[in-house]
Ligand binder design. Structure first.
Ligand code: F6R
Length: 619
């Protein structure tokens, strides 16, 4: 995530930009910055921290001018700091740019630019783009500027965006050509706002809704050349295209939640993007050993591991439980413990153990303490976290970031799916490096994983049918979730989601354990939610469903096209088919939606449930 905003018009640009950044802060808030051009001079203010701090700084040191760009950051490469805050510049501080997304080939571009004598000032992936454009401009004009700079700027920008791999929405300003902003989009959102004697570009309409409701939604592979009185659109080949204007119906408070009623619902809908962003560039091409390059997890370390120990809390612990099945599927003995219960287990780990600590925030006290204990036992630590620069990332030897963007709803949703995506990428990396998975099989797993974002969206399209079932059961006082094997943690996660946002009693059980005690609590009409999608133990799950039904339970089952006929009765939620190993990702989504709609029906404060905090920094 991250929010970008550009303005060109007749107002004081700094005021417009800072106001817009406040509305974009939900997209990230660890640092921010603004650059304003006045004639050919650029003035920049950047701070580590929130937009409020930036605003105070601008009050003390005003920026004058009617064109500018701004950014609020959610760090992906480089810790949150003033140096890493956007806008970033070229060597001469003439070209400034803001970026939302991830430049996958930044290391390769950086090496090329360093070889040409460029000097870098930040640790970000973004800065390479400024140098790339600078280089392309230099190639065209040398040191001496020709009279018409706009075509030069445009061509340099166009060539550069064609060289970037990954995701980006960009807005760029060049001090020698201050009457034009250039913007481009690839896999990250970008919207042009059309005003009178002023125009805008932003990651989200909320940034400019106060000034205009007329907007143009950019598509991947498109460039906008934005001036005070006109906007022209091009494809990446430079061919002029026409775009349709839209009129936005939202008010500005709705748009912070992207039109959704709750952050949790919005974040549930961002999950295909979270998974896609987390796996992008990490799996293919296989020969490139992508994770080795990215996080420094060298083949000798991977080959030297005897076992893996996972530590995490809450929802992240459920991701850890899935990871145990994934890693063991690829032949790596794995244990998974609650971080708060880890102390006694620390005795059995040593330097041949790889400890994988999973935490969205990277600040959970229990997890950090357990990591401290593991470090004392000389184990190597690999962190999976959504938060660059977090305490966990700083303590770990290797960090694999999930790229989910900020999660605002207290109940974790997209961060969980991001954690699962990271775990699959890691599991495949281990399996390939340790020779447990050979080329055709690895390709097949990866192929299935790459289909997952689309399948997530298919489930979301059917959310009304899940809402209907949830509405019918929202007055139930107890819910039981059952599943086997790799989906057992998903049963636990389904129950946790209901507990935390609806305040009703819910339990997750391994379906085979029911007969050893829990089946006694089943009474007439009690909802039992069973995960009955494709898997080795599907027939056994079908039997467990019948046992519960025979005792009066009302069954709600998650089934796929193949297993639907094995489940005889009850309400059914159809989940697209995938391989068993990946099924936890898809099965999570109906359970999140189910919990959301039960809580909505009960009138609960879904985004801020009672007694809970987003980041638990006490033990
Ligand atoms: C549940 C939830 C919590 C967190 C747990 C760990 O929806 O959000 O259970 O998963 O507090 O938090 P992190 O992942 O930040 O360590």
């Amino acid at each position: 995530m991250c929010g970008i905003f550009g303005y060109i018009g007749v107002k004081n640009a700094a005021d417009v930009l800072v106001g817009g950044l406040k509305r974009l802060e939900y997209r990230g808030y660890d640092s921010c910055g603004v650059t304003v051009a006045s004639r050919e001079k650029l003035g920049t203010r950047r701070v580590s921290g929130r937009v409020e701090t930036l605003e105070k700084d601008i009050v003390k040191h005003p920026l004058k001018g009617q064109v500018g760009i701004a950014h609020t950051r959610w760090a992906t490469h480089g810790v949150p700091s003033e140096e890493n805050a956007h806008p970033h510049t070229d060597c001469r501080n003439e070209l400034v740019l803001v970026h939302n997304g991830i430049v996958e080939n930044y290391l390769e571009i950086k090496e090329r630019m360093l070889a040409k004598g460029h000097r870098f000032k930040s640790d970000t992936d973004t800065e390479v783009i400024a140098h790339l454009i600078e280089e392309r401009i230099k190639e065209k004009i040398g040191e001496k500027a020709p009279p018409f700079l706009e075509p030069v700027f445009f061509e340099a920008f166009r060539k550069s965006v064609n060289e970037i791999a990954g995701s980006f929405s960009l807005c760029v300003m060049w001090s020698r050509c201050p009457s034009m902003l250039l913007s481009a989009k690839m896999h990250s959102p970008l919207i042009v706002g059309l005003g009178k004697e002023e125009n805008f570009v932003a990651s989200d309409v909320s940034a400019f809704l106060k000034f205009t409701k007329k907007a143009v939604f950019m598509d991947d592979g498109e460039i906008a050349s934005v001036k005070k009185d006109s906007v022209d659109y091009f494809d990446f080949k430079g061919k002029k295209i026409t775009k349709k204007n839209s009129v936005i119906q939202w008010d500005s408070s709705m748009s912070e939640k992207g039109g959704y009623s709750h952050f949790m619902l919005k974040e549930i809908h961002e999950q295909s993007e979270a998974v896609e962003n987390t796996i992008r560039g990490r799996l293919l091409p296989l020969e490139k050993n992508n994770l080795d390059r990215e996080i420094g997890l060298k083949a000798d370390v991977v080959k030297g591991i005897d076992r893996i120990q996972i530590i995490a809390c809450g929802t992240a612990y459920h991701a850890g439980m899935v990871a145990r099945y994934v890693f063991e599927n690829f032949g790596l003995p794995t244990s998974c413990d609650l971080a708060s219960e880890f102390s006694d287990r620390a005795k059995i780990i040593d330097k041949s153990t790889l400890v994988v600590a999973i935490s969205q925030s990277g600040e959970t006290a229990d997890t950090l303490y357990a990591v401290g204990e593991a470090k004392q036992a000389q184990a190597k630590i690999l962190a999976i976290t959504n938060t660059v620069g977090s305490s966990l990332a700083r303590k770990a030897d290797f960090t694999l970031h999930t790229h989910c963007g900020p999660e605002i709803g207290v109940a974790s949703t997209k961060a969980f799916l991001g954690q699962l995506a990271a775990i699959y990428a890691l599991g495949l990396h281990f399996a390939i490096t340790r020779g447990k998975l050979l080329y055709p099989d690895a390709k097949e797993y990866i192929g299935e994983l790459l289909k997952i974002p689309r399948l997530i969206d298919e489930i979301l399209e059917e959310k009304d049918s899940i809402k209907k079932i949830a509405n019918d059961y929202s007055s139930s006082e107890h819910f039981l979730f059952i599943a086997r094997h790799i989906n057992y943690p998903i049963a636990l996660e389904g129950a946790l989601k209901i507990k935390e946002i609806s305040y009703v009693h819910a339990e997750g059980y391994a379906a085979g354990e029911m007969k050893h005690g829990p089946i006694a609590i089943i009474s007439e009409g009690m909802p039992v939610i069973a995960i009955a999608t494709n898997g080795r133990a599907m027939k056994l799950v079908a039997g467990n469903i019948e046992e519960a039904r025979a005792r009066g339970a009302e069954i709600i089952s998650l089934v796929d096209g193949e297993t639907e006929k094995l489940v005889k009765a009850g309400r059914k939620i159809l989940v697209p088919r995938t391989i068993e190993l990946l099924s936890p990702i898809l099965n999570t989504i109906p359970l999140q939606l189910f919990a959301f709609y039960v809580a909505l029906n009960k009138g609960c404060d879904i985004d801020k449930p009672r007694n809970l905090a987003k980041s638990v920094t006490v033990r």
